[in-house]
Ligand binder design. Structure first.
Ligand code: NI
Length: 134
């Protein structure tokens, strides 16, 4: 015997799709992630990389990088992974890492809202404001 279906939830405003390429075209600065979507307390951010980022760790957040354009490395102290479009890596919380892009690259980043991009480090040049949208 099946249960009757629950009544549909009260309607919420239907979300519009997000065009990642169009958002990417609006980003001019490197290392300044921009929020393009939010869900379940997480943010989806889009960022352009060029050069070397600072070594850092996130004590309480796993961090996912999905390659969007170009390729970049996610470096760990003992090894690195090269990430291209359509490839992703999850950096576990507490693990020291940095991103390096020999040529400009772009990535989607998934992590809890308000995660500082430089983790446990504050860097005058690289630490970006949280919550910036594009
Ligand atoms: Ni990080």
């Amino acid at each position: 015997m099946s249960e009757p279906r629950a009544a549909p939830a009260a309607p919420v405003s239907a979300p519009a799709k997000v065009d990642v390429a169009a958002k990417l075209a609006l980003i001019v600065e490197h290392w300044r992630p921009k929020v393009i979507a939010e869900l379940n307390g997480q943010e989806v951010k889009l960022a352009k990389f060029a050069g070397d980022f600072v070594w850092h760790r996130h004590e309480h957040a796993d961090e996912l990088f999905l390659g969007v354009a170009g390729s970049f490395r996610v470096e760990f102290r003992d090894r690195s992974e090269t990430i291209g479009p359509g490839q992703l890596i999850v950096v576990p919380r507490g693990v020291e890492h940095r991103t390096v892009a020999d040529q400009e690259a772009a990535a989607l980043i998934f992590e809890p809202a308000a995660t500082r991009n430089t983790g446990d480090v504050v860097d005058a040049r690289l630490t970006a404001p949280n919550g910036a949208r594009v």
